[in-house]
Design a protein around this ligand. Structure first.
Ligand code: ADP
Length: 188
């Protein structure tokens, strides 16, 4: 299966997506992780991306799309993939559609993990990653609402959007996710 995971930073996407890839046995394609790896390895993409990431802004599409295309070309992505933190705007969504259409491998399901802003801010403050400072959190939330939220309509229109309530214990949230996956055709 190919699944996109959407939700504001701090919604619990990290925890739930890790469980879901294990459950489905598909690779976890997290652009945040790919970018942090590029920064650690001092690649050209990493050097270009770093200032955007440390201020909470989106990294330019060209850099992200190249990393995603390279990762998707690996054999392990043939069986499926879970996209986490990507696409982040309409342009990335359209580029992903083109790539997957060319390969005859469409998206099966888009999961939106929904939580209140107040909960998001609290969860991020407790997490303590270096880009989790309050002003950077505010910028990441702004970019989610402005750029990523329009994707919900985009995928709703395609009939593949499932909204999951992100409140409650992690086990409860995961049960809701498993139901959505079953409805969309189940583990494949
Ligand atoms: P979070 O969901 O908590 O913001 P991520 O790990 O997804 O964390 O992303 C961390 C940072 O990496 C973002 O703030 C942004 O700068 C960059 N980033 C990740 N994915 C993308 C993407 N698809 N497009 C542009 N920038 C991205």
């Amino acid at each position: 299966m190919r699944i996109i995971f959407l939700g504001p930073p701090g919604a619990g996407k990290g925890t739930q997506s890790a469980r879901l890839v294990k459950y489905l046995g598909i690779p976890h394609l997290s652009t945040g992780e790919l970018l942090r790896q590029a920064v650690r390895q001092h690649t050209q993409a990493g050097t270009l991306a770093e200032p955007y990431m440390s201020s909470g802004q989106l990294v330019p599409d060209e850099i992200v799309l190249k990393l995603v295309d390279e990762r998707l070309a690996s054999d392990d992505c043939l069986a499926g993939a879970m996209f986490d933190g990507f696409p982040r705007n309409l342009r990335q969504a359209e580029a992903l559609d083109r790539t997957l259409k060319a390969a005859g491998r469409p998206i099966d399901l888009v999961l939106e993990l929904k939580v209140d802003d107040a909960d998001v801010i609290k969860r991020l403050a407790d997490r303590g990653r270096s880009d989790d400072r309050p002003e950077v959190i505010a910028e990441r939330l702004r970019s989610y609402w402005n750029q990523t939220r329009p994707l919900l309509d985009y995928y709703r229109q395609k009939g593949i959007l499932h909204t999951i309530k992100g409140d409650g214990a992690p086990d409860e949230v995961f049960e809701r996710i498993k139901s959505a996956v079953a409805e969309a055709g189940g583990p494949q």
